[in-house]
Design a protein around this ligand. Structure first.
Ligand code: SF4
Length: 731
C-alpha cells in the first residue's frame, strides 16, 4: 500500500465498489470538490506544478493547479515549446483521469471467468510472482509472449521494450498519428530517414490533402497554434488554406476553399496539379535544376498521364479550378502541401512530389528534416492482432499497456474476442476498462499526474523536445509505474531479463535520460519563446550554454520547467543530402488514375442495395478515445450539437432522396453489420459518400464508455472502411 492510501482506506472504498478493486463514488465526490475549488473563489493558496499530458504522442507540457494538497485543474505550460501554454480538450480534461471512479486501487487477480469481473486483491509481491512464473513457463514453448501499447518514445518506453525483448516477446505498438508515419514517402524522395517537419506557421499558402490542420494534425496543439499564426502573423498577409477533404471537417470549415474528394480522387488531383505545373513550366527552377534527379522522367510521365480533362472527369473538379489551383500554388512565395499522417502511400508520394516541384524543402514555410533518426523496428499492433484473430498466433502471455489497441477504427472486428485465445493476459491499465476486464492479472499504473515522465515529443518545429517531469502528487492508490513493476519481475526472473532491466524505479530511467541529454551539450530546459530563440542563435553560432553549472542543477532546471528542448536543426540538410545522392527520386505516378477510376467504377456499379461509399473519421474528441474523460463525450459532435453519440454526415441530395434532415436517426447498414447514428446534412459533400464518426463502443470501457453502444467497426466485415459500402435506413 502507498503511504497515502492505507489498508483502512482500502476497506472503506471496497465496501461500495466493484468487488473491492475500483475507486468508485469516492472519485466522483472528490472530482466535484476539485471542480468547486478550481472554479469558485477560494482563499486557499494555489500552487502550480509541471507535468506532461499523455493522451497523445504530442506530449504537451501541462501545469497542475494544487489547492489544499489536491489537484484541481490542468492548464498548459507556457514554457512548453509545443503548445506555449495551450492545451486541447483532452489535455484540459486530464484531471478527470485522476478522480475516475473506475480506477483500480491496486493489483488483483481474476477469480471468475474472463469478462465476469470477479477479482481478488493481491499484494505487489504476489503479482510479481504470478507474472514471473507465467513468463518463465513460456521459455519452453514456441508461443512467444506479445506486448502491446500506444506508441511512445523515450527511456520509459525503451524500458518496456527492453524487458519484453529480454523475455523473447514480440513488442508491437498502436501507431501514433505523427509525421513518423510519413517517413517512408519522405525517405523515398529525399533519401533522408527522418520525420519531415512541416513549417506551417511560415507558409504563405497551404494546400492540404486531408490534413486536419485546425484539429489533430501530427501534434494537435502545435498544429492549431501554428495555424493561428499562419492566418494572422504580424507584418505578413493572411495565409490562404485550400482543404481537400472527403468531409467538411473543422479544418474544411475554416479553409478559404474546400474541395470534397475521396482519398483516391485526392491522389489524382495532386498528380493533376503536378502535371499542370510541369506542363506550364511553373516549377521552382532554382530548386529543380539543382536537385533534378529523375525529375525529367517524372515530369514526362505525369504530363502524359494526367491530362486536365481526365483529372476533371475523375474528380468532378472543373478544369478551370484545377488550372487555378496549380497556378496559385506555384505563384505564391512560400507554398506548402500538407497531408494527413494516415494518408495512403500513393497520396503521400504525390504530396512530397508536389512539394518538390514548388521547391518547398529546407526553406521557411516548407519542409525540414527532423534532427534525429527515429528508432527502428516499431511494429504496428494491427498485424499481431489480426494474426491472433485468425488463429495464426496464440501468445502464451499477452501484455496490454493500455486500451489503445482495442479502440482503433481500423480493426475489422472486436479484438477483445480474439484476445480470448491468449493463455494469460496481463493489463497495466490504471482503470477497470475493456483492457483490464479481459485480463487475468491487473497491475495498475499510476495516472499521469502521479508519474515520472521523460517522453520524446512528436517531431514538429521548432525541433527536438523531451517532456520531463516528476510526479505532481504522490500516488493516491496502490499503483505502480510499469517500469518499476517490470524491474521487480525481471529480478524475479533473473538471467537476460534481470540483465536488461538494471533500474529500480521509473525515476531512475528519467534521471538517466537527463544525464544523457545533459552530456550532449546542446539544447536546454524549457524556457520562454524569446530565450528559446536565443538558444537557437547560440547553437547556430557554435555555442552551447545550458545555464546550469552542475548535472544536478541541469536536472532540476529541466524538471522544474517541464522538459528539455533543442530548437536547433540543420536547415540545409535536405539540400546537402540531395547534392550528395544525385538529386530527387520521384515515385512513379503511373498507377494512380487506375486506382481512382477503379474506385469510381466500383462506386457507380455497386447497385442499389449498398449505394454509398463509407468513410470513417475520427474527431478531436474521439481521437484520444479515452473513455475515462467524460467531458470528451460531451464535446463529441460539437459544433453539430450531437454529444454522446456517433453521427453520420451525408450530402444534401442524399438527405432529400431519403426524406430526412439533420438530427434524424438512421441505421447505417453494410453487408457485415448495422449501427444507429444521427444524421448531419453537409452541403457540398459527394452524394455517393457517407462519412461516419468513429466513436469506439466499449461496453467494458468504464461507466462513460458504456453509453456508446455501437461503432463503425461493426460495419467493416469487408476488410476495411475503404472497401465497405452501406445503405441508410430511416429509423
Ligand atoms: S495535443 Fe495531445 S498531448 Fe497535447 S494536450 Fe492534446 S491530447 Fe494532450
Amino acid at each position: 500500500m502507498s503511504a497515502s492510501f492505507s489498508r483502512r482506506d482500502f476497506f472503506t472504498y471496497s465496501g461500495s465498489v466493484l468487488a473491492g478493486i475500483t475507486l468508485g463514488e469516492w472519485g466522483r465526490r472528490h472530482l466535484a470538490r476539485a471542480d468547486a475549488l478550481a472554479s469558485g473563489p477560494s482563499r486557499l493558496p494555489a500552487e502550480w506544478a509541471p507535468s506532461v499530458c499523455r493522451d497523445c504522442a504530442a506530449a504537451c507540457g501541462i501545469r497542475v493547479r494544487m489547492v489544499d494538497g489536491a489537484p484541481v485543474k490542468v492548464e498548459g505550460n507556457p514554457l512548453c515549446p509545443i503548445g506555449r501554454g495551450r492545451l486541447c480538450a483532452s489535455g484540459q480534461a486530464g484531471i478527470e483521469a485522476y478522480y475516475d471512479p473506475d480506477r483500480l486501487i491496486g493489483p488483483a487477480k481474476r477469480t471468475g471467468a474472463r469478462g465476469e469481473n470477479r477479482w481478488t486483491a493481491i499484494t505487489w509481491d504476489e503479482a510479481t510472482a504470478i507474472l514471473a512464473s507465467r513468463l518463465s513457463g513460456t521459455r519452453a514453448t514456441e508461443r512467444r509472449p506479445l506486448a502491446i501499447g500506444m506508441e511512445e518514445r523515450g527511456p520509459l518506453a525503451d524500458g518496456w521494450t527492453k524487458f519484453w525483448t529480454a523475455c523473447d516477446a514480440r513488442v508491437a505498438w498502436t501507431p501514433a498519428q505523427t509525421s513518423a508515419r510519413l517517413r517512408a514517402g519522405f525517405l523515398a524522395l529525399t533519401g533522408i530517414d527522418r520525420e519531415p517537419l512541416f513549417d506551417l506557421e511560415h507558409a504563405t499558402y497551404v494546400l492540404s490533402f486531408g490534413a486536419p490542420i485546425a484539429e489533430t494534425w501530427l501534434s494537435p496543439v502545435w498544429a492549431q497554434r501554428s495555424f493561428g499564426r499562419f492566418r494572422r502573423q504580424a507584418g505578413r498577409s493572411r495565409g490562404r488554406l485550400v482543404q481537400v477533404d472527403a468531409r467538411r471537417s473543422a479544418t474544411a470549415r475554416k479553409a478559404d476553399e474546400w474541395l470534397a474528394l475521396t482519398p483516391e480522387q485526392q491522389v489524382v488531383l495532386a498528380y493533376g496539379l503536378a502535371a499542370i505545373i510541369a506542363r506550364e513550366s511553373r516549377g521552382n527552377r532554382q530548386f529543380l535544376d539543382r536537385f533534378a534527379g529523375n525529375h525529367a522522367e517524372f515530369e514526362r510521365d505525369v504530363v502524359r498521364t494526367y491530362l486536365p480533362d481526365e483529372v476533371s472527369a475523375l474528380t468532378g473538379i472543373p478544369v478551370v479550378t484545377i488550372l487555378r489551383l496549380a497556378r496559385e500554388l506555384s505563384a505564391t512565395t512560400q507554398p506548402l502541401v500538407a497531408v494527413a499522417a494516415d494518408a495512403s502511400r500513393e497520396l503521400t508520394d504525390a504530396v512530397f512530389a508536389l512539394n518538390a516541384l514548388v521547391g518547398a524543402y529546407d526553406r521557411p514555410g516548407g519542409i525540414y528534416a527532423a534532427a534525429t533518426a527515429p528508432p527502428d523496428g516499431i511494429e504496428d499492433a494491427a498485424g499481431p492482432i489480426e494474426a491472433i484473430a485468425a488463429g495464426r498466433i496464440r501468445p502464451a502471455v499477452l501484455a496490454l499497456r493500455d486500451g489503445s489497441a482495442l479502440r482503433r477504427s481500423s480493426l475489422v472486428e472486436r479484438p477483445d474476442a480474439a484476445f480470448a485465445s491468449a493463455d494469460f493476459i496481463v493489463s497495466f491499465s490504471p482503470y477497470l476498462d475493456e483492457t483490464s476486464t479481459l485480463a487475468d492479472l491487473l497491475l495498475p499504473a499510476h495516472t499521469p499526474i502521479e508519474s515520472w515522465h521523460a517522453v520524446r515529443a512528436a517531431a514538429v518545429p521548432p525541433g527536438e523536445a523531451i517532456a520531463c517531469a516528476a510526479p505532481v502528487v504522490k500516488p493516491r492508490l496502490d499503483t505502480r509505474d510499469p517500469a518499476e513493476t517490470l524491474a521487480h519481475v525481471a529480478r524475479a526472473l533473473g538471467g537476460p531479463a534481470a540483465a536488461a532491466c538494471p533500474w529500480t524505479t521509473a525515476e531512475d530511467l528519467v534521471i538517466g535520460e537527463l544525464e544523457r541529454v545533459g552530456q550532449m551539450r546542446r539544447g536546454g530546459a524549457y524556457t520562454s519563446a524569446y530565450e528559446t530563440e536565443w538558444l537557437l542563435q547560440l547553437e547556430k553560432g557554435g555555442w552551447w550554454t545550458s545555464g546550469s553549472q552542475t548535472p544536478q542543477a541541469f536536472r532540476q532546471a529541466v524538471l522544474g520547467a517541464g522538459g528539455w528542448v533543442d530548437p536547433f536543426f540543420q536547415d540545409g540538410e535536405i539540400r546537402s543530402t540531395l547534392d550528395a545522392r544525385h538529386g530527387l527520386t520521384f515515385s512513379s505516378p503511373g498507377a494512380a488514375p487506375a486506382i481512382a477510376a477503379a474506385a469510381l467504377h466500383a462506386s457507380s456499379s455497386a447497385g442499389a442495395q449498398f449505394p454509398y461509399r463509407l468513410l470513417i473519421f475520427e474527431t478531436s474528441a474521439s481521437r484520444a478515445a479515452d473513455p475515462n474523460l467524460p467531458v470528451l463525450y460531451e464535446l463529441l459532435g460539437q459544433p453539430e450539437g450531437i454529444p454522446w453519440q456517433p453521427w453520420v454526415e451525408i450530402a444534401g441530395e442524399t438527405a432529400r432522396s431519403l426524406g430526412i434532415d439533420t438530427g434524424a436517426k438512421v441505421k447505417v447498414v453494410s453487408p457485415g453489420g448495422a449501427m444507429s447514428a444521427i444524421v448531419m446534412v453537409v452541403h457540398g459533400m459527394q452524394p455517393d459518400v457517407v462519412a461516419l464518426a468513429h466513436v469506439p463502443a466499449l461496453p467494458e470501457g468504464g461507466r462513460w464508455a458504456r453509453e456508446i453502444r455501437s461503432d463503425s467497426r461493426q460495419l467493416m466485415a469487408a476488410g476495411s472502411a475503404a472497401a465497405t459500402r452501406v445503405r441508410l435506413e430511416r429509423v
